[in-house]
Design a protein around this ligand. Sequence first.
Ligand SMILES: [Zn+2]
Length: 205
Amino acid sequence: MEFKSKLLNQAVTQMSSLPGVGKRTALRLVLHLLNKDQHEVEQFSNSFIKLKESIKFCNTCFNISDKEICDICSHPKRDSSIICIVQDIRDVIAIESTGQFFGKYHVLGGVISPMEGIGPEDLNISSLLTRIEKNSVKELIFGLPATMEGDTTNFFIYRKILDKEIKMSLISRGIGIGNQLEYIDEITLGKSIMNRSPYEINFSS
Ligand SMILES: [Zn+2]
C-alpha cells in the first residue's frame, strides 16, 4: 500500500511498526489523528515522548515506575517476605488486577531461552538473588509461563537458592500449559495465586 503523499506514507509506516497493526489499520488510525485538531495531536504524541523520557524501572523489582522505587515496593502494607517472580511488566499488571496478591514482585525481563540466546545473565536474576540475600524473604512464587523456558528458569533459580530456607511455590497450573498470565481472566488468575502449590522437581521426567 503506497500513497501519493510522502508524509502520509511515513506516518502509516510508523503506525504499522506497532505490534498487531497492519497497514490498513495504520491508515485508519493515521486518518483519524489527521481529523483531530493540532493541540490534540500534540498531546497524543507528547505523551509518548514524555513517557519515553521520564519513565523509570523500579530499582528493586524492575516494574515500570515514575519513581526510583515503585509504588508496590514502597507500599507499607505489602509483604516484603513474599516475592512473586514474573516474566514482564504485563504480568505484574495482570496479577495486580486480581487484587488477591499482597506480596511484592520481581520482574525478570524474560525467561531463559537457549534457542533465542537468552541466558540467566541477560535477565534480572542476580538482582533477585541479592534481594533474597539482603531481605528476609520467606516465600518465592514462580509466576513464569508454563512453558519449557519458564520451567528452565524456575529450575535455575531453584538451584541457586536451594540451600536457603525459603518456601518455593508455583502458581496453580490449572491455567493450562503455555498460557500467558495476561490472557487469563482475573478470577482464574486470582485463584491460581491463592491455590499455589509447593514447587517440586520431578527428576524422573
Ligand atoms: Zn518495585
